[in-house]
Design a protein around this ligand. Sequence first.
Ligand SMILES: [Zn+2]
Length: 112
Amino acid sequence: MKIQIVACDIDKETPAKSYAITVDGEEHELDLCQEHARPIDELIAAAKGETLPEPAKAQAAPPMQFTPPSPAPRKTAASAEQKPAAKKRGGRRPKITSMEEIEAAKARKAQD
Ligand SMILES: [Zn+2]
């Protein structure tokens, strides 16, 4: 089985119709999609005194409904897992150590 698909000569759009246009005895064979064939269809219709119906592809597409991105759902498991602040052992160490403190530290060591 063989299926032939006619694609538009201009933009490879499918489906397309085959048109044979003869101009001054010179024949042109064109495969045209609906969009590109429309000028020809209009000419044919105009020559027959007809008017073409509006193209199927309506240009006025329904406006896209803008939906603001909803904030990402919070992971309750992570937020519930709030760890208590770790207690610092030993307290803060002063940068400047006075002689008195050094002597006090020595004294404490001596006591151990
Ligand atoms: Zn086309």
